[in-house]
Design a protein around this ligand. Structure first.
Ligand code: FE2
Length: 450
């Protein structure tokens, strides 16, 4: 990708690029006749009270990159936390007039490049946009074009839109009528409403669901304030899995993350400008400010993660590709309890640890995968699911290095794939597979592919 400095010249007072000076970044496009391509981004929190956090500059750089995409996206999803909102003067969001003023200034200034793209924008509120009934009222006034078809009490906050093959559901995960006293308790969803909309639109080929907070923890940020309460998240995900939606898109954690649960991707993109957590991202330098360009078609979903220089830092596709991944299927009769069983190791040279180690651990065993990069001191581990060894079982483990931490996946029998749980912001980092493999004779590999 071109990274010439010339494209950064000639921007206006807030760093926005004049369109004529852009260079080109190639958009991923649908590979089949039906499909669409778009950009998802979120979390810029324009106007933080502390000076020097650089939110506006990061956002301007993300917008410059979006304007370089060729062809331009068919639409954009903004996944919440557009304004800071929570200033001491009117915080949190009790002073409607100050909030109106904040939106009135920032939409035509920092968000002008989004308007200039001249494509539909699908947006949801984040915890900085709405966290009281006053801020919900102001949101409804500012974005009065949002469809009023959400659950009772969430009109204009939660919504759906159907456009041909495409269904998009946008959810306000901090809606006051769901009883959230403040956003630090995590997100909430009216699962029955989501289920009903997905049932009524079951013929839609592509279904995207937008909500500000991740359902599954990202990079080990497991505190309730960084995600969705499991009491809401688990039934919500069961609905998304039952309808096999194309993806759940979220933000809130300042990171890019891709993981799969019950066959459904959760894509987190909180890179539009907010600096938060260690080093400004969660965590830096592994994470960085960015936007995501996606294309969906009859074959599946693909995406590229563009940093503020327009460099493609990560790419993903789902379902799993045939090439470039490692995959092992294990088949076993019922087994007696045992503290640990090693199913497979892949070693390179005389390194301290295997680069890949797959095991069942515990008397009610759980799958564990450890990956080792010789540049690190210790291996890192991925956990789950529990395996019922009292009965014959089949288990498939797959590693897709392009998917980062979410790229360590497993399926039991014919169940859909799920990413294993980890707290590191990377996946299989080494760019060569191990040289030497050892496999269990007790639980044989019945299929192995790369
Ligand atoms: Fe947020």
């Amino acid at each position: 990708m071109a990274t010439s400095l010339s494209r950064f010249q000639g921007y206006d007072g807030v760093g926005n690029l004049r369109v004529s000076e852009s260079t080109t970044l190639r958009s991923l496009l649908p590979r089949t006749e039906t499909g669409c391509h778009f950009v998802a981004y979120g979390d810029c929190c324009i106007g933080p009270p502390e000076p020097g956090r650089g939110h506006e500059e990061h956002l301007a750089a993300v917008h410059r990159v979006m304007h370089q995409l060729d062809p331009r996206p068919e639409f954009v999803c903004f996944l919440g936390d557009l304004i800071w909102g929570l200033t001491r003067e009117h915080g949190p969001n009790h002073d409607g007039e100050s909030l109106r003023q904040e939106w009135a200034v920032k939409l035509p200034r920092e968000m002008k490049p989004l308007t200039d793209l001249d494509v539909p924008v699908f947006r949801i509120p984040g915890n900085h946009d709405t966290m009281t009934s006053v801020s919900e009222t102001v949101w409804r006034e500012v974005f009065d074009e949002i469809p009023q078809n959400g659950p009772e009490g969430q009109e204009g906050l939660t919504w759906f839109e159907r456009r041909g093959d495409l269904l998009i559901i946008g959810i306000s995960v901090y809606a006051m009528n769901m009883g959230s006293p403040f956003t630090m308790m995590g997100g909430r969803v009216d699962c029955d409403w989501v289920d009903r909309v997905l049932t009524e639109h079951s013929d839609a080929k592509f279904k995207f669901v937008l909500g500000h907070s991740p359902v599954h923890p990202v990079n080990g940020y497991t505190a309730p304030k960084w995600g969705m309460l499991p009491e809401f998240g688990e039934p919500f995900w069961a609905v998304l899995a039952r309808h096999q939606v194309t993806a759940y898109l979220c933000s809130h954690v300042i990171a890019f993350d891709f993981q799969v649960h019950d066959g459904v991707p959760q894509i987190t993109t909180g890179g539009a400008g907010t600096s938060s957590g260690p080093g400004g991202c969660m965590p830096a330098p592994d994470e960085y400010h960015h936007c995501v360009q996606l294309a969906v078609d009859d074959i599946g979903l693909r995406g590229q993660v563009l940093d503020t220089d327009g460099t493609v830092r990560e790419e993903f596709q789902w379902p799993l590709p045939a090439d470039g991944i490692m995959k092992w299927s294990f088949k076993s009769d019922s087994l007696p309890p045992k503290p640990s069983r090693v199913l497979l190791t892949g070693q390179s040279g005389k390194e301290a640890y295997p680069r890949i180690r797959v095991s069942l651990d515990g008397y009610q065993p759980r799958l564990n995968v450890t990956l080792y990069d010789p540049a690190d001191v210790y291996p890192c581990s991925w956990h789950g699911p529990e395996i019922d060894i009292r009965h014959p079982f089949e288990l498939t483990v797959a590693i897709d290095p392009t998917l980062g931490p979410g790229g360590v996946l497993a399926r039991v029998g014919n169940e859909p794939y799920s990413s294993l749980t980890t707290d590191v912001p990377f996946g299989f980092k080494v760019n060569t597979w191990p040289e030497k493999w050892d496999v269990s004779t007790e639980i044989p590999v019945v299929e192995m592919a790369d």
